[in-house]
Design a protein around this ligand. Structure first.
Ligand SMILES: Cc1cc2nc3c(=O)[nH]c(=O)nc-3n(C[C@H](O)[C@H](O)[C@H](O)COP(=O)(O)OP(=O)(O)OC[C@H]3O[C@@H](n4cnc5c(N)ncnc54)[C@H](O)[C@@H]3O)c2cc1C
Length: 301
């Protein structure tokens, strides 16, 4: 298919959600296994063929929990997609916190896709293929249809409902998160307890997090919040008591249950909504993009 593509964004990249995360590959909802699997294969290929200049890093690590059911759910969602997935043996668990007898854990190898490196890399690649990038606010999808675009793909994240302009904005909500870039270059594996207390090393940085505040809107990190995240992590890995924070970031996971990936024909044209990826946007991105391509092909064939 010979197509001309224009990407509109009203914010500088540094102000978008995709700038901040470490982007660990981990599927929260088994409904999205197909998209997560396709994306994993893409990152695996990019890491093999091009390497870290893409912002992608191959990374192993562990997730601990006192609730083994949560870990079994991880196994069902992506145990056969990532590499080296296994439940930790009692001996392996001893490396974390020897005083807790009720802890279970999983180990796996996946990829991080650090937004601030991956998105600029993709942008340059797309520019090389002739894609146009324009910084401009778009009121809604119909504005672009009326300008003569045959297909409009709405990937407006937290403002996806607003841009759809069909009443869906009530279904989109933020889950606020904070990430701290910390000075611990010796940390070479990710480590989670449940899904809010973690460190994730990327190519040059180590990120510590987080909170999951539904409908939270504050763009600031309070001193209490900073200390609470730090103390929770120190309990998990005491070595972090001497680690300093280099920078901090607040982001809003663009959430919708379920994700909206839907084609809506409009006369001879096509509107596709692709938003609401919550805390899994990097994990699902390529799989969703491939589905968008299928929807376009089906419409025009
Ligand atoms: C703390 C935190 C940790 C995370 N960790 C992970 C992780 O480990 N793994 C993972 O896979 N995901 C993670 N995520 C989730 C991931 O960051 C998001 O799902 C993803 O970045 C969303 O991308 P998006 O393109 O939908 O939205 P965005 O990155 O926000 O992009 C939306 C774009 O739409 C444009 N736009 C919006 N409205 C308009 C308009 N009216 N006109 C023109 N342009 C418009 C904006 O300018 C922007 O360019 C995390 C998120 C947070 C906050």
């Amino acid at each position: 298919m010979d197509v001309e593509i224009t990407i509109f964004s009203d914010l500088p990249f540094e102000k978008t959600t995709s700038w901040g995360p470490a982007g660990l590959h981990r599927i929260d909802n088994g409904m999205y296994r197909k998209w997560g699997n396709l994306t994993f294969q893409r990152y695996s290929n990019l890491f093999r063929d091009i390497g870290g200049t893409t912002g992608i890093q191959k990374l192993s690590g562990n997730i601990l929990s006192e609730d083994i059911e949560k870990l079994r759910l991880q196994e069902r969602n992506y145990g056969d997609i990532v590499y080296d997935f296994h439940f930790l043996s009692p001996r392996e668990l001893l490396q974390f916190n020897s005083e807790r007898t009720n802890l279970s854990g999983i180990h796996f190898t996946a990829f991080t896709t650090e937004g601030r490196k991956y998105v600029p890399w993709m942008t340059e690649r797309l520019k090389g293929l002739g894609v146009h990038f324009i910084q401009r606010h778009v009121l809604n999808v119909l504005e672009l249809i009326n300008e003569g675009f045959d297909v409009v793909v709405n990937c407006a994240g937290i403002r996806g409902g607003e841009v759809a302009d069909d009443g869906d904005s009530v279904n989109v909500y933020p889950i606020r998160g904070v990430l701290f870039q910390v000075d611990a270059p010796w940390q070479k594996q990710f480590l989670y307890e449940d899904f809010t207390t973690f460190t994730i090393p990327t190519i040059e940085s180590v990120y510590m997090g987080t909170v999951k505040e539904i409908n939270g809107m504050s763009t600031q990190v309070s001193p209490e919040e900073r200390e609470a995240v730090r103390q929770k992590y120190i309990k998990l890995q005491p070595a972090f008591k001497n680690v300093s924070i280099i920078s901090e970031w607040v982001g809003f996971r663009p959430s919708r249950d379920p994700i909206r990936l839907e084609a809506i024909p409009f006369n001879n044209d096509l509107i596709i909504h692709n938003y609401g990826h919550g805390g899994n946007g990097f994990t699902l991105s390529w799989g969703c993009a491939l589905e968008v391509v299928e929807l376009i092909k089906n419409h025009f064939n």
